[in-house]
Design a protein around this ligand. Structure first.
Ligand code: ZN
Ligand code: ZN
Length: 123
């Protein structure tokens, strides 16, 4: 049996409707779980979409905006829009710098101490 172009269009239209509905449910569910159990929203969506076909991801960014609604931008990289991807990358890059921070080996009443890694770093 051959499909007419109209058939294909109808199937595509139906598929889009179904995935839009699925995405609504997944988004709502992830928002609730994220709120209740303090799990990052985008991590939950990543789990939900892991292994799902491309259509089911609806090509929207998986990050949560400041007003706690899902970002409506188009996916650019790794499930995120360009803005959220950059934001996350910056956060990841910042972490090692914090870890590298050296602290003074003496009370702050001592202005400078030879051999203190923090004093030597900033002098
Ligand atoms: Zn985004
Ligand atoms: Zn010091």
């Amino acid at each position: 049996m051959e499909f007419t172009p109209e058939d294909v269009e109808l199937v595509q239209f139906k598929n889009k409707q179904v995935s839009a509905q699925c995405n609504k449910i997944i988004t709502k569910f992830a928002q609730k779980v994220s709120d209740m159990y303090d799990i990052p929203f985008d991590k939950l969506l990543k789990i939900a979409y892991d292994g799902a076909d491309v259509e089911a991801t609806d090509e929207r960014c998986i990050a949560l905006k400041i007003d706690k609604t899902r970002c409506t931008r188009h996916v650019q990289l790794d499930g995120y829009c360009e803005m959220h991807y950059k934001k996350l990358r910056i956060v990841e890059k910042k972490k090692p710098v914090v870890m590298e921070q050296v602290s003074h080996t003496h009370p702050m009443t001592v202005f400078f101490l030879n051999g203190c890694p923090a004093c030597e770093k900033y002098s």
